[in-house]
Design a protein around this ligand. Structure first.
Ligand SMILES: *[C@@H]1O[C@H](CO)[C@@H](O)[C@H](O)[C@H]1NC(C)=O
Ligand SMILES: *[C@@H]1O[C@H](CO)[C@@H](O)[C@H](O)[C@H]1NC(C)=O
Ligand SMILES: *[C@@H]1O[C@H](CO)[C@@H](O)[C@H](O)[C@H]1NC(C)=O
Ligand SMILES: *[C@@H]1O[C@H](CO)[C@@H](O)[C@H](O)[C@H]1NC(C)=O
Ligand SMILES: *[C@@H]1O[C@H](CO)[C@@H](O)[C@H](O)[C@H]1NC(C)=O
Length: 363
């Protein structure tokens, strides 16, 4: 459980396991994710989304690495459809008993539901677009998993939506770069259109939390490995994904951000990880580093301090060198690496990561 993020007035929520409802599972009542093109179901989704799937044609083939990116995009968008479907259900049903999701002000409630009803259909189209592309390239579509969401109130759901949208906004940057370096430039502009779209969404979530809509001048970059790890660690019910093995990305071991309520100041923050699956790591702790990725800047490497090992749990602190102008605002990714770098990119950090990502939100 990774998230530590700011609510309005810097009230922080740390996501710990909740006793929650049954996991979310597909299909939706409209048959999603099985939606033919063309079909009446697709037209209804497009009307709700205020727009259509792209009609342009795709190239005959793409690289295997680009297929990995499309699979991750589909995997993530399916998760988002699940989240927003359940969130809308919680809000619309809140008079019937889903406590924590009541929105008293009628006009605010309508604004929220208008926004989320468009978002869920737009996310369905994002998922269908990625899976249709995979089918075009003679690859299997990614099938949905079952999901649990570590929230039980509307404000927490907005914090979570803003945080996972930041993760997507970082990861799609890398997806664009990989499409370019792998010679699949024709896929880049469609991803750009989704980046802007998800940025619009995040402005809304931030606004609901009393934050300014735009977090940073240059949004934090992320990698596919961190995104895939985070989705699996935080939301996916283990063993519930029919063809997750077709996604050629690692799932790192979990890094927990222990310190709640992280304030915008330079400070030591506490982390933990579990060594029960790799006890040998306990003899190599002095070779590990804690690395932060924030904005478009070079990753920041810190030493592990105050290291304690208790029953297969390693607890430690690391400096969080917050500076309003240069480090730590907005979205930050933390990872424990087996090298002290220096690292010149998020990809270089991911290549040396053993535990991560820890996700931190400030402002
Ligand atoms: C919906 O409400 C249930 C019950 O409180 C909760 O377990 C679940 O996490 C909520 N889902 C979302 C997406 O907010
Ligand atoms: C509404 O909430 C109640 C109580 O939590 C739950 O039993 C029911 O399944 C929910 N209905 C929908 C449509 O989500
Ligand atoms: C470690 O585990 C032992 C045996 O399960 C337990 O008795 C002890 O309280 C644990 N210590 C800590 C610090 O959690
Ligand atoms: C990460 O490792 C892969 C595989 O060894 C390599 O191709 C890639 O260039 C590395 N990325 C960075 C940014 O170092
Ligand atoms: C460091 O970790 C990376 C990622 O798990 C792994 O590929 C690499 O072999 C490790 N290097 C050493 C020296 O342990």
């Amino acid at each position: 459980m990774i998230f530590a993020a700011a609510l309005a007035a810097l009230v922080m929520v740390s996501y710990l396991p909740f006793v929650s409802a049954a996991p979310f599972s597909f299909p939706l009542s409209n048959g999603f994710p099985t939606i033919s093109n063309p079909s009446t179901q697709l037209t209804i989704i497009e009307q709700q989304a205020h727009g259509s799937l792209p009609s342009g044609s795709l190239p005959p083939t793409i690289s295997d690495n680009s297929k990995t990116s499309l699979r991750l995009v589909a995997f993530n968008e399916l998760f988002e459809v699940a989240f927003f479907t359940e969130l809308i259900s919680n809000i619309t049903n809140s008079t019937g008993g889903t406590q924590g999701y009541e929105i008293e002000d009628r006009s605010t409630r309508k604004t929220v539901l208008d926004a989320l009803n468009a978002v869920v259909a737009q996310e369905e189209l994002h998922a269908l677009n990625a899976n249709n592309a995979l089918a075009n390239f003679k690859s299997n579509p990614i099938q949905p998993c079952k999901y649990d969401f570590p929230v039980d109130a509307f404000s927490g759901a907005m914090v979570l939506a803003s945080t996972f949208t930041d993760a997507v906004l970082g990861t799609l940057q890398e997806v664009q770069t990989l499409f370019a370096t792998d010679g699949d430039a024709s896929l880049i502009s469609g991803v750009g259109s989704i980046i802007g779209q998800e940025g619009e969404q995040n402005g809304f979530y931030r606004n609901m939390l009393g934050k300014i809509p735009s977090a940073l001048p240059f949004l934090t970059t992320m990698t596919r490995e961190f995104a895939f790890s985070s989705l699996n660690q935080d939301f996916v019910v283990p063993g519930s994904c029919p063809n997750i093995d077709e996604i050629d990305l690692p799932v790192f071991a979990t890094l927990t951000v222990v310190t709640p309520d992280i304030q915008p100041k330079s400070q030591n923050i506490q982390f933990s990880f579990d060594t029960s699956k790799d006890k040998a790591i306990e003899s190599r702790l002095s070779g590990l580093s804690l690395v932060y990725i924030n904005q478009q800047n070079n990753p920041v490497v810190e030493n592990l301090q105050d290291v304690q090992v208790q029953n297969s749990t390693v607890l430690f602190t690391a400096q969080f060198p917050f500076d309003e102008a240069t480090f730590g605002n907005g979205f930050t990714i933390a990872a424990v690496t087996n090298s002290s770098g220096p690292f010149s990119s998020a990809g270089a950090v991911a290549n040396a990561t053993l535990f991560g990502p820890g996700l931190i939100e400030i402002n």
